[in-house]
Design a protein around this ligand. Sequence first.
Ligand code: HEM
Ligand SMILES: N[C@@H](CC(=O)c1ccccc1NC=O)C(=O)O
Length: 277
Amino acid sequence: MTQADNPAQGAQMEFRGRMSYGDYLHLEKVLDAQEPLSTAHDELLFIIQHQTSELWMKLAIHEIRSAIVAIREDRLQPAFKMLTRVARIFEQLNSAWDVLRTMTPSEYTQFRDSLGQSSGFQSYQYRAIEFLAGNRNNALLKPHAHRPEVLGKLEDILAAPSLYDEALLLLARQGFDVGVDATRMDWRETRQESAAVLLAWRDIYRAPEEHWMLYELAEKLVDFEDYFRRWRFNHVTTVERIIGLKRGTGGTSGVSYLRKMLEVELFPELWKVRTEL
Ligand code: HEM
Ligand SMILES: N[C@@H](CC(=O)c1ccccc1NC=O)C(=O)O
């Protein structure tokens, strides 16, 4: 038999005692983790949509953490690469809404009651991303009080500088006056917006050729926030399309809570600086 007759010729077919594809990826765990609570056809879509989102969030956290360390160590090129990947992950999460949007209100109502009081509001990986980026609402630790290991991980994130804090410390190291952001000791709370930081970014944007690395870092951060905002917008639009103005299972007002979250700015001076140029 020639290669043309049998394209799979030479392929390994015997896996007794050898690691195969499914072994390496632990597919038995991943593919056994979907347990619908109802008989509704669309519940599997709902579960897989969330599980895949959480997997992508896991990767985003890994990349943001490494980007934070890289900026701290003045290794900007690797940080750029990681931040580009984070933006692409959010682009991926954004496209995923197209699949969920195929579920109508009638279909969702068939299993919504099974969800009890569970909600994406309790996604600790989502909260970790917000905390790592710099949006630190300590009140949102509360839903994790019953899981000490999760709480501990979120507390650890709050104990250290965020992505934006590290960017501002870098600006200070490079001689920019960033005001109080150069000397902060407590990282737990979201920093206050500052006029000094706005002026520092303005100088950088006015002379990109002189500050190319910082200029590029700023644009990577804006790109990340741009895609993150699109995720929030897609979420609230999908939610309104599916549950209208009903209260959320997590206990918030639902769409109006999510609309409020659209106003959150992770890197406020980087948006304000646009008006100054
Ligand atoms: C049928 C689809 C969905 C509906 C109806 C829905 C609805 C809601 C509502 C009403 C809230 C507000 C909190 C509450 O009171 O429950 C919320 C929050 C949230 N949802 Fe969803 N959601 C959907 C899909 C998703 C998906 C696919 C994800 C991806 C992981 C997600 C992640 C989140 C997160 C992270 C929050 C917290 C947002 C924040 O606090 O800023 N949701 N969702
Ligand atoms: N908050 C949603 C329920 C919901 O979407 C949800 C429930 C359990 C696990 C993840 C969810 N997704 C996002 O909030 C609702 O009010 O219908």
